[in-house]
Every structure is written in C-alpha cells, then in structure tokens.
Write a protein that binds this ligand. Structure first.
Ligand code: ADP
Length: 604
C-alpha cells in the first residue's frame, strides 16, 4: 500500500492494541439502556404486551378446562357437556394461536425499527469520531460492531422480549390458579424452584463470561482476516504466507476454544431443565396420587398440575434457551454503547467562524503535536505560506510531513500553538467549513464505486456536466476518459481497479479543479508512473496550483525547485528553510538531499 498524507491508521498502533479492554459493565445498566430504545415505540409495545397477556391467560385456561372436562364431564359421563367443553377448548386454542401470531408480528416491527435506529446512530457517530479513535482499533472489529453486534440485538429483541414477558405472566398466573386449586400440591410443585435457580445461576454466570470471550475472539479474528486480505500483495511480496497462516491458526484456535466452552455450557441448560422437569412431574404424580386417595384432590386437578408444572418450567426453559442469544446480544450491546460513549470530535458551536473569500494565507505558530502522549511528533513548527505560495515539505520518512497536513486539515488538533488560515485560528473554524476550502490530491487517490462522472463531481456536488467535463479537460483527464468504453459513464469498481495509478491521479486532480479550493494539499507520488502520464500529471498540477496556496509533500527535484519556500523537516522540526537556490548555497542538509534526488530528476 502506498503512503498517503492522510493516513487513517498508524500501522504500529494498529498491531499493538486491539481497542481498549471492554469495560466490564453491569448487566442492568445495559438492559436499561436497551429498554430506552424500545420505549420510543410505546404504541406498538403496548399492543405486544396486550397480546402477550392474552396469550398467557389463554395458555393457562386450556389445561384448566381439560381438568374440568375430566372431573365434571368424563367422571360423570356427561357427553353433551363434554362436547360443549371441547368446542370451547378449540375456540380457546384458536384465539391463543392468533394472539401468538400478532405478538410476534408487532414485536418484529419494534425490533427492526429499533436496530435500524441503532445502526444509523452508530454509523453517524463513527463519522464524527476523531481519527485518533480509529488509530487504536482494527477496522474489521469496528465493522463487526455495526453489523454482527446489532444483528444479534435484533434477533434477541425479536424473540426474547416476548419470551420474558410471557414467562413472567405465565408463572404468576399459574401460581395463582394452583394455589386456588390446592395449596399443598402447589408447595410440592414449587419445591423444584430453588433447584432450578441454583442450577441456572451456576451455568449462566459461566456462560456469560464465556460468550463475551467468544465474541472478543471473533472480533479479533475478523480484524485479522480483514487486514490479511487487504494487505495480501504485501504478504506475497515478502513471502509471509506461512507466518500469516501461523498467526491465523493461533487466533482461529483461540476462537475454537472459546466457542467450545461457551457452547458446551449453554448446551447444558436445556438438558438440566429437562431433568428437573421430569423430577417435578414424578413428584406431582406421586403426591397428587396420595392426596387423591384421601379425597383431597380430584384426578382433574392432578392433570391440571402436571400440565401447569410443564407450563411452569417451560418459561424458565424458554429463558434458558434464549440465553445464547440474550448473552451475546448483551455483550454486543455493551460494545455498541462503548462506541456511542466515545467522545465525538468536540462539537462545533453554530456561531463558529465562517470563511468568506478565502485568500489562502496559512500560518503555523509554534505548533506541537503528539499522536501518543509524551512522544511529540511535531515540535514547535512555525512557518507562513502567503496566499498563492507553493510550500514544499521535504524530509525523510517519518519526519512529520503528513502530520503537518493532517493538522492543517484538522484531522487532528495541535496540542499547543496555533494554525491560522487568513489570520483566523482554525480551531474556531468548523472542520467542514475549513475543508470546503481545501483540495486534496493524495498519492492514493480515493475513488469510490460509481461512474467517472460521479467521482469527479464529488469535488462539488452541484456542478453541471459541462463543468465536470471542463475540469477533466484542464486536468488532462478528458482524453483517457473518452477512450474508456462508456466515457464519463464508465463505472469504477473496487476503488477504481481497471484504470492506472496515474489515471486515478488525473481524476483526483479533476475533482480538485472542480472544487476550486483556495488551498491545495498535494502528496506527490513516489512510485514511478509512465513518462507520458507523469507529464500529463505535472502539467495538470501546474495549472491546478495556479492562484492557490499549495502545501506539497514533494519527492521530485523538479517540483521542489519551483517552490516559493522549502521546509526541510527532521524528526518533527524544521531544520532548514528557504528557496532551492538559497538552500543549495547554504550547503546544508537540503543540499545533500537534493544531490541524492538529482539522478531521479535527470531520469525524468
Ligand atoms: P512523514 O509523512 O514525514 O513520513 P508522518 O507525519 O507520517 O511522517 O509521521 C511522523 C511520525 O508520526 C512517525 O514516527 C510516525 O510513525 C508517527 N505517526 C504517524 N501517524 C501516526 C498515527 N496515526 N498514530 C501514531 N503515530 C503516528
């Protein structure tokens, strides 16, 4: 990957850190916050609750009617009564199904709207986060939050909310009816509850931790794959296939291990429930039989209890089954909220300065900046570029050239000192306002999926077709565009594969031409481009630079020579400054540098 001035992430920090350790948040605050999202759809939720209440009541009514059928009609051989009761039972179950259908239908609506909002919020928020946030995280991990984590939340909302509500209602209803029918048998049925509670607690505390672990390893693996895929040519170039396979295996194995234990523990839950269910059934049958012998309860009541005990453990069973999704969703929600809680680029006040008729004078006053605290990248840098000047930044890799540009565009803000545009401190100019007056032509021209025309128009969205073509013409891009199969309508895929690096640059220049900014930021290509295209680029750049203040990271002697001012950077400090001639006369660092560049210049 070639370097560009605006680097989204610093390679070292990306490897060193996989984001901050997930804050161990409480379950309750996370649930509360999720509930806050749901509360925005009160109407639909009310309907869902209504249907859940109805279905729980009807679900309890069914077994009760069966018990009555046994005691009142089967025992007394009352055929007519039995038929009537069976019809009533059928009606109850039809309504029961209808309420189940409706509660699901409305709940899906609630869930989809909720996660739609969360996705929007998260995506918007991501765009407002400072670049330093992205420096510390793998892109794959972030992508997984926007898609996987939110999808988890969605599937959980779809099923779990209803399950929880209906479980609570069914449990309360069942206990009430059971107490009414036989307090003694109720006590026997409830015996199983402490066992359930202890068993569940033991398993779920482990499962929660294990699921979080699994989710973390999955994020890491995703990030690793994304990085490996996007840097595959580098891997091949340096024959690092084996090394990367080893590193992959290591992460893959960790995920396998975490997945194994998480699934094993959660798999125990339904089995345990089943066993307890059977024990409960045996207890009811035994105790109920005894009570019936002494005439304390009827056979119908035993049947109702046996059925209710199933109803009784089923909600808990359901909850347990839900636990897989519930846990990973809560873990996911915590990670989503983590991002939402990360501070945005500090909010800009509406009253902030607007720039009119920008002339493009740029001034750095004692600017210092560190990406990581305590390790200053830029130290007390001061310079002035008068309107229309061309300033070339020259210096070895890592000397801070790109950082100066990052600061000028306010991708980062200086720790001390001030940057002024037209004598106005950029700290008080909204970022978008500031960037409106800047054009970027970077080494790695960014092109998105869309037509050539759309890509150029990105510079100024309201430009007419004629203006787009005029810009392409002055950027020397028109002739190559016309040779493409669909001309300006040619679709670019995958960041413009299919056109050459040089042609991409020409498009970037056309885009900047169209935007017509007062300040131009250039990062000259270091890679060699064929001589003809190179000539086109040089010519297009010269006409682009006319009348604009240009800050250029320059690598070619020809370009550097033309600069009104050359700033030689070394370890974040300006060590020499002046024009080519004065610096050559000085016989300092620049003179040596220029000499090394000379053969390159001669080649061109
Ligand atoms: P140049 O453009 O002259 O090659 P840079 O401005 O890119 O230099 O880098 C200056 C220093 O800052 C280097 O040591 C580089 O490793 C470091 N650096 C650059 N970007 C980041 C970042 N996003 N996070 C941390 N350190 C960075």
């Amino acid at each position: 990957m070639s370097r560009s001035a605006v680097k989204p992430a610093h390679p070292h920090s990306r490897h060193a850190q996989l984001g901050p350790k997930p804050k161990v948040k409480e379950l309750l605050p996370t649930l509360k916050r999720l509930a806050g999202y749901l509360a925005r759809r009160k109407g639909l939720l009310f309907l869902v609750v209504l249907m859940v209440a109805a279905s729980s009541a009807l679900g309890l009514l069914g077994p009760y009617l069966v018990g009555r059928a046994i005691d009142d009609f089967i025992m007394t051989k009352d055929r007519q009564g039995l038929v009537l009761l069976l019809v009533l039972l059928a009606v109850v179950y039809v309504f029961y199904s209808a309420t189940i259908f409706l509660q699901n239908y409305w709940m899906v609506g609630v869930a989809q709207k909720t996660v739609y909002e969360m996705r929007t919020e998260l995506f918007t928020h991501l765009h407002q986060l400072p670049l330093s946030f992205f420096d510390k995280r793998q892109h794959g991990e972030l992508m997984s939050r926007v898609t996987n984590d939110i999808e988890n939340i969605s599937s959980t909302l779809n099923s779990s909310v209803i399950q929880v509500a209906s479980s609570v209602l069914t449990l309360t209803g069942a206990i009430a009816v059971m107490l009414y029918l036989s307090p003694v048998l109720t006590a026997v049925t409830l015996l199983i509850v402490p066992l359930l509670y202890i068993g569940m607690n033991w398993i779920t505390s482990r499962t929660r931790r294990l699921f979080k672990e699994q989710q973390r390893h999955l994020g890491e693996l995703n990030g690793f794959i994304e990085e490996a895929v996007s840097s595959k040519h580098i891997v091949k170039m340096f024959s690092r296939e084996e090394k990367i396979a080893l590193a992959f295996n290591e992460r893959n194995a960790k995920l396998k291990e975490a997945g194994f234990w998480a699934q094993t523990y959660s798999g125990f839950i339904p089995k345990l429930m089943n066993m307890l269910n059977n024990i409960s059934f045996a207890l009811i049958a035994g105790a109920g039989g005894l009570l019936a012998l002494y005439g304390h309860v009827t056979v119908g009541v035993i049947v109702v209890f046996a059925e209710y005990s199933r109803q009784f453990t089923r909600p808990l069973n359901d909850l347990a089954n839900q636990f897989n999704t519930l846990l990973s969703a809560i873990a996911g929600a915590e990670r989503v909220f983590d991002i939402l809680d990360t501070e945005q680029e500090e909010k800009e006040k509406a009253a902030d300065v607007q720039l009119d008729n920008v002339r493009g004078k740029i001034e750095f006053r004692d600017v210092s900046f560190a990406y990581e605290k305590g390790n200053e990248t830029i130290k007390k840098v001061s310079f002035t570029a008068e309107s229309g000047d061309m300033v070339a930044l020259v210096g070895p890799t890592g000397s801070g050239k790109s950082t100066i540009i990052n600061l000028l565009a306010r991708f980062y803000d200086p720790d001390s000192g001030a940057i002024l545009v037209d004598s106005c401190n950029t700290a008080s100019i909204p970022r978008s306002e500031l960037r409106k007056h800047m054009g970027f032509v970077l080494q790695d021209a960014f092109l998105f999926e869309g037509t050539i025309k759309e890509n150029i128009r990105y510079g100024r969205l309201e430009a007419t077709d004629e203006e787009v073509i005029a810009a392409a013409k002055s950027a020397n891009a028109h002739s190559f565009i016309m040779k493409l199969p669909d001309g300006y309508e040619t679709k670019l895929q995958n960041e413009g594969t299919g056109i050459s690096q040089g042609q991409k640059q020409l498009l970037a220049i056309a885009r900047a031409m169209l935007a017509d900014p007062a300040i131009l930021i250039l990062d000259e290509a270091t890679s060699s481009i064929d001589t003809i295209t190179e000539m086109y680029i040089q010519e297009a750049l010269s006409s682009l630079m006319k009348g604009r203040t240009t800050i250029i990271i320059a690598h070619r002697l020809n370009t550097i020579r033309q600069a009104d001012q050359i700033l030689v950077l070394n370890q974040g400090q300006i060590t020499e400054r002046g024009t080519h001639d004065t610096l050559i006369q000085k016989q300092g660092q620049y003179a040596g540098y220029a000499q090394r560049l000379a053969p390159v210049a001669a080649e061109q």
